[in-house]
Design a protein around this ligand. Sequence first.
Ligand code: 13P
Ligand code: SF4
Length: 351
Amino acid sequence: SDPDLVARAAAAKAALGDKVFVLGHHYQRDEVIQFADVTGDSFKLAREAAARPDAEYIVFCGVHFMAESADILTSDAQRVVLPDLAAGCSMADMAALPQVENAWDVLTDVGVAERTIPVTYMNSSADIKGFVGRHGGVVCTSSNAKRALEWAYEQGEKVLFLPDQHLGRNTAVLEMGFSLDDCVLYDPHKPGGGLTPEQLRDARMILWRGHCSVHGRFTLESVNDVRERVPGVNVLVHPECRHEVVKAADLVGSTEFIIRTISAAPAGSAWAVGTELNLVRRLALAHPDKQIMFLDRAVCYCSTMNRIDLPHLVWALEELVAGRVVNQITVDADTAHHARVALDQMLALPG
Ligand code: 13P
Ligand code: SF4
């Protein structure tokens, strides 16, 4: 990265001292991650944000929904900054509040809403988390989806899982013993979700039709292809991948799990990793004694994560030094209150 920008970022951080805390998601660019005070998956970063009451500014190098969660979990006096406001998430955008409210009306008309607990993946807007908090549900991440679902099934009979169909299906079927027939797919673009009242009554898991465009690119062919090319390879994927990809893989888990697994793997072992490319590249560099490759032949960055680059980080930090807070992310008090209920419920899950 540009040495001048590196020096400016370092100087701005030094000038701000303990006033600023920089969080970096594992999918961030190298040029950005080098300035993170802590790196993590979305669960770890939410906990880290909540554990920094003394930092006046939290600069979130990640995407919009993560910065919103940080704002919800920190005090009113703390300001959360997202260096580029265009760093959204296409998956989070697949569930808009009016669509989810409409789905809840459908469940109410069919007579199942009372017995349904909404569970939302962290990768959703604050509005959606607020909806879930208002309806007695919980937030989950890829690190704790099973525990969150177990909790939800203690509270009710059915789950409406938002917005990632793959995380919901993979967790229910591969970790909790559900059958594929226990799950139905609710399409917000179709009347009634495209489901009959009987299907909604019979289902145990109502999956929202959302997905991650990055992890959705891996296919069964990617897995078969790498197994053919690299005999003995271990296939390790994120649970946002399609069901058939996760089923064909050797191991599945969150980004923190992926990092732990690779770190503990024996020298000489070969790993094909199905997650975002910035992370896979860094893992390969950090473990030259292991053969670490990207699961697919095509490159596959998360384009919105990549919106946060060094020029944007430098700009945000230098503005803070000058006493100006740019790109502040705020969640209105009512939404934040209810979203916090669902987030706190997640943070209180056992384990
Ligand atoms: P985790 O950080 O929970 O593994 O999620 C991956 C992701 O897609 C973040 O946007
Ligand atoms: Fe959203 Fe997928 Fe990018 Fe994560 S990797 S921010 S889920 S689009």
